[in-house]
Design a protein around this ligand. Structure first.
Ligand SMILES: NC(=O)c1ccc[n+]([C@@H]2O[C@H](COP(=O)([O-])OP(=O)(O)OC[C@H]3O[C@@H](n4cnc5c(N)ncnc54)[C@H](O)[C@@H]3O)[C@@H](O)[C@H]2O)c1
Length: 214
């Protein structure tokens, strides 16, 4: 997907507005939706501020972003949808059930969940729909951090996984492939392993906490 595609970002909060910015900077048409009107209206202002701090002219980027007041108009012509809503399994399941009804049947459905298994998010979807479901775990702030984990489940179609990887790569990001939907994916598991070892070293008297911090 090196040519521009229509992208919907659902959830315009901390992560959503930065993800929308990243796609818009790469020339994709963005349809941005949030259930909270104030959050939605704040998003272009935050994006403009980010871009000015980065020394980038905000106008052409903002021109690529359309704010949508309802989910149906946000997704009806999209090729790629990223969910960045509140970290709640039931909310995410309900959203993806709506997307299954409203989005084009070719659209890739991606979740930016931090810790919820993608498999659980797709639990209530048909096999056909969840073959288009994939994880894309961005890091805060998404417009600055290169890493994006691309997570495959046992039901994700190989072509969907590869297309998602290529699309994120084309944004100038550093996608990595996570072949199994394990808790914490890769990055958080590595971070937690280090924290666990730090606690062990302090609790066994090898060193004190100040030493770990240093
Ligand atoms: N904050 C981080 O550092 C970080 C990093 C990686 C991943 N994530 C994940 O990204 C997702 C979003 O996190 P965030 O920090 O941006 O949260 P946030 O609270 O800043 O934004 C979430 C937004 O989702 C909106 N929302 C809730 N339900 C909705 C729905 N049904 N439809 C449309 N919009 C809806 C809310 O109004 C809110 O504006 C979560 O799953 C989180 O775990 C967060």
């Amino acid at each position: 997907m090196n040519t521009p595609v229509n992208v919907c970002v659902v959830g315009a909060g901390l992560m959503g507005h930065g993800i929308a910015q990243t796609f818009a900077q790469a020339g994709h048409a963005i349809f941005l939706f949030d259930v909270d009107k104030n959050t939605l209206e704040l998003a272009p202002l935050l994006i403009e501020k980010n871009l000015r701090q980065m020394g980038i002219d905000p106008k052409p980027v903002l021109d690529n972003i359309e704010l949508c007041s309802d989910i149906a108009s946000a997704v009806f012509s999209t090729d790629f949808i990223i969910e960045a809503i509140t970290e709640n399994l039931w909310l995410k399941q309900a959203l993806f059930s709506s997307l299954a009804e409203l989005a084009p049947s070719h659209a890739i459905l991606a979740s930016n969940t931090s810790v919820i298994p993608i498999t659980d998010i797709g639990e209530k979807l048909s096999d056909k729909v969840r073959s288009r479901l994939v994880g894309t775990h961005w890091w805060n702030p998404p417009h600055l951090i290169p890493l994006v984990e691309i997570i495959k489940t046992s039901f994700t179609d190989d072509a969907v996984f590869e297309t998602t990887f290529d699309l994120i790569l084309s944004l100038g990001k550093q996608p990595v492939k996570v072949f199994q939907d394990v808790p914490g994916f890769i990055g958080n598991r590595l971070q937690h392993a280090m924290w666990r070892e730090a606690l062990y070293l302090v609790s066994t008297g090898v060193c004190d906490a100040e030493t770990i911090d240093l």
